[in-house]
Design a protein around this ligand. Sequence first.
Ligand code: AMP
Length: 397
Amino acid sequence: MSKFSTHNFNNQKALIRVDFNVPLDDQFNITDDTRIRAAIPTIKKILADGGSVILMSHLGRPKDGPTDKYSLKHLIPHLSKVLSTDVQFANDCIGEEAIQKSAALKPGQVLLLENLRFYKQEEKGDEAFAEKLSKLGDVYVNDAFGTAHRAHASTAIIAKFFTPENRMFGLLMEGEVSSAEKVLHNAENPFTAIIGGAKVSDKILIIENLLQRANNIIIGGGMAYTFLKALGKEIGSSLCELDKLDLANDILAKAKEKNVAIHLPVDSIVADKFAADANTKEVSNDNIETGWMGLDIGAKAVAQFTDVINNSKTILWNGPMGVFEMEKFQGGTKAVALAVAEATSKGAFSLVGGGDSVAAVNQFNLADKVSYVSTGGGAMLEYFEGKVLPGIAAIKE
Ligand code: AMP
């Protein structure tokens, strides 16, 4: 049992760092409440134990202190609804009002603090600011995986003001950390990483770290063409980072040395322009004609990748195989999503993370057919790059 699940919050005030950085329209309606829903099990467990809850979060990137646009008060109606309880609000995350309202909380009550980023000290990781926040609760719970890669006051620095027994991950964070640790440190072989998306430059560090751990690395999406070009192939007008050709060759050489199989797509769906209504055809990746660009992997590549995925016991997927936002170029990403789901049903552990691959599994209704869908794009990427995430380290220290 986890530390959070076994902790009894009866009569305690839990100060929870959540990630309520949700998108709002110009009427302040929440357009996607995934992040709020993700924190509900943690909040409900504390309330059910007879504890009270103080929620703190950032919203957007306010530059000059308090701004109505970025006020967390806009979240109160929706939060009250999903929690089926009144949510109190403190107009400032520190100071008299926050102190009094948190001190007056009774078991079962919820208080939301104003946007942490109205103070510059939050992102600076200011100790005095973190200490002031820490005084509001008896127990610190970090449930904001999305900001775990930042050493901010409320995500990392604050932890030192609580004893090890009184600082812990919430349920969301526990799920994220244990799935990520399982893939990176306890992967059952064959371990296959599927890396896609637009640019090699964004994924270099993750590929380099995975070279130490994976058996197979499947490379798809726009970034595959830089590798194909490095191998001397004609790639037409496909995406290419000319300054990364040496690096691509270097990665291929290192993979050979370490006995990691790199799988590059053998064919593509090419288009005569980057548009939903482009003319398309399926061609071999040996020689893409001038004027045509690869916007998805082809049928042979789908078969090639599906075969590798089907024989895997651990799968990490970050980044789409093509421009899946356009219907004509979503076939490859969908086929890979189905293959990951199929492998999972046969007992593989699969972790999908990174904004676009998460959007893809959601779009194809496969989110509940993979083992874990990560909520933290940047945090997940940094974790798999092998970096220490301050939000995780601060709890574990
Ligand atoms: P990333 O954020 O690096 O994971 O990249 C995701 C983006 O890469 C998506 O918006 C895709 O449309 C885009 N993408 C994937 N494959 C290609 C491709 N072959 N050419 C251009 N863009 C692509």
